[in-house]
Design a protein. Sequence first.
Length: 147
Amino acid sequence: MVTSVAGVGLWSSERAARDDARATIEALESQQAGSDEEQEMISALMAADDTSQLTVPSAHGGDLHVMYSRDQQAMIVQAAGLPELPSDSTYQLWIVDGTAKDAGLISEPDQIVMAREEMSPTAQIGLSIEPAGGSEEPTDVIAIQEL
């Protein structure tokens, strides 16, 4: 009987270790896929004739470093030094052109966000502080600049 209990315990430990390893592999594959997508977008932006870059300062400290192409309808935004927010708040990016369109959430002070959005010649990029999970439209705008 002792052998059976020990055998079941060993089997359970091995199975848990296998499950942990599988979860780690899946997370790494997911990171690699995101990295591949990011590299493809960077390559497309670097090759585009109309690629532009700008730095958008935040009224609360920190900046957004933006690389975008209207032809590619793509942008990469690198947050830099944004102050950490309480857990019930998040930063939200917007493309503003008459109306504000959600362009992604920033949950880490130095996070990279990629977005594919149509950007007219009068479009602006905005950053706001919103409740966790984001909002339908911007409320507490802390940065806005024409693209």
